[in-house]
Design a protein around this ligand. Structure first.
Ligand SMILES: [Zn+2]
Length: 425
């Protein structure tokens, strides 16, 4: 079957131009200004044709906590957000620390057929922080990187070994940067707002110390470290320093960390949907994150999609679990950065797909061009809607944006040449 996307603006990481796209089989076969014949025609007037988004940090809770989300509902939320490739974290139950779980996750996603699911395997068995997983077996089974995300690897020597082995297998480690000895059961950012609210705070240094350590271990081992969900200004300074020294360090930020601050907890009456780890920081941190998105220091925007059942979140702030869903709010929050002039559309593509494709060595993803895989998000920057039950595809609704008016969305998502989502259907 031939699909044509017509009259839209193609956006890549380094270019933006009007053209028609012809898809045949699972590939983009032609990009032209001429009229094209096809079985299905999609009118993309006033819309952007972007490479399908790659989200390097999601939790699908499958196996083990399928009541929050499973691979099917997670995949549905992904394509509704324009995301066609997801990297799933290992803190499932059982933990994804062995090849059979990795294989089962991939099998289930293939059967569902909406996205490419790429598992991130655990660094340590059972996320225990002591014994390394069998990295070779896991890579062979389809794991693409390693992380104990949700928990830090507290032993420097275990992290060093993990970096050495992952490098041997041509892979990398993702650091959940947290020095837990500084946690003190904190539930939000430690600062003026936590003092006003009388809630226990988590200092920025808890993250910054861990970022420093993992950067130094990457220097020691010459391996690649990727820092997950950077939330503080000084973490970015440390990463910038490492980059300048030639250390192989990359990083991601989440849409919630560039959109909200700890002040939102105060403004929203302790709504636990503003509770995440790392916590929402101060305006100065948001400014620094936005600056780093602009300058090129940040490599990737990732959602850290972390579903929790409503019953778990509608409790007192300090009793609620950390984390919010994010797959369907990635596009509107990132487009807001474009509208505010923080980043260009081309930079949006770099941050949401091109850089991740490069990091993961996915040669046929992350770009709209002839011969590439037809993973495409048709984005309408002007569409306005309420993000509610009708639109939400996740099993969970733990988002501070739930029930709110949003602007901008993926209106058609194509995965490997198949239409897998249409807005409003
Ligand atoms: Zn994490």
């Amino acid at each position: 079957m031939k699909i044509a996307i017509q009259n839209g603006t193609i956006v890549n990481n380094n270019e933006k131009f009007k053209a028609n796209v012809l898809i045949e089989g699972d590939r983009i076969v032609k990009i032209t200004s001429d009229e094209i014949e096809a079985d299905v025609k999609i009118d993309a007037s006033g819309k952007f044709i972007m490479p399908g988004l790659i989200d390097m940090h999601v939790h699908f809770r499958d196996p083990g906590y399928e009541y929050k989300d499973d691979i099917i509902s997670g995949s549905q939320a992904a394509v509704a957000g324009g995301v066609t490739t997801c990297l799933c974290m290992a803190n499932t139950n059982p933990v994804n620390d062995n090849a059979s779980i990795t294989r089962e996750m991939i099998r289930k996603a293939r059967e569902c057929g909406l996205i490419d699911l790429m598992p991130i395997a655990a660094i340590s068995k059972g996320l225990g922080g002591k014994e390394l997983v069998e990295m070779g077996d896991l890579i062979e089974a389809g794991a693409v990187a390693f992380s104990d995300d949700g928990l830090p690897v507290s032993s420097s020597s275990v992290m060093r070994a993990a970096l050495e082995y992952s490098k041997m297998f041509g892979s990398f480690c993702i650091s959940h940067s947290e020095d837990c000895s500084l946690c003190r059961q904190g539930v939000m950012h430690e600062g003026k707002v936590s003092a006003i609210l009388g809630l226990k705070g988590m200092a920025r240094e808890k993250e910054e110390i861990a970022v420093s350590r993992d950067m130094l271990l990457a220097k020691l081992t010459n391996a690649h470290i990727h820092i997950a969900h950077v939330s503080s200004e000084y973490s970015l300074k440390i990463i910038e320093m490492g980059r300048k020294e030639g250390i192989n360090i990359t990083c991601e930020v989440t849409p919630h960390h560039f959109s909200f601050s700890d002040d939102d907890i105060l403004q929203n009456a302790y709504d636990a949907n503003f509770k995440m780890s790392p916590p929402l920081r101060e305006i100065s941190d948001i400014k620094a994150i936005r600056e780093a998105l602009k300058s090129g220091l940040v490599d990737v925007i990732a959602t850290d999609h972390a579903p929790h059942h409503n019953d778990e979140k509608i409790v007192e702030f300090d009793r609620a679990p950390f984390g919010i869903i994010g797959l369907q709010t990635l596009v509107p929050l990132t487009l807001k950065l474009v509208k505010e002039g923080v980043i260009s559309l081309e930079r949006m593509v770099e941050l949401t797909s091109a850089n991740a494709a490069k990091m993961l060595n996915l040669k046929d993803k992350g770009r709209i061009a002839e011969g590439m895989l037809a993973d495409i998000a048709v984005i309408d920057p002007d569409i306005e809607y309420i993000y509610d039950e009708k639109i939400n595809r996740s099993k969970s609704i733990n988002s501070p944006l739930f029930g709110k008016n949003l602007k901008g969305a993926a209106v058609v998502t194509i995965k490997s040449g198949k239409i897998v989502y249409k807005f409003g259907e």
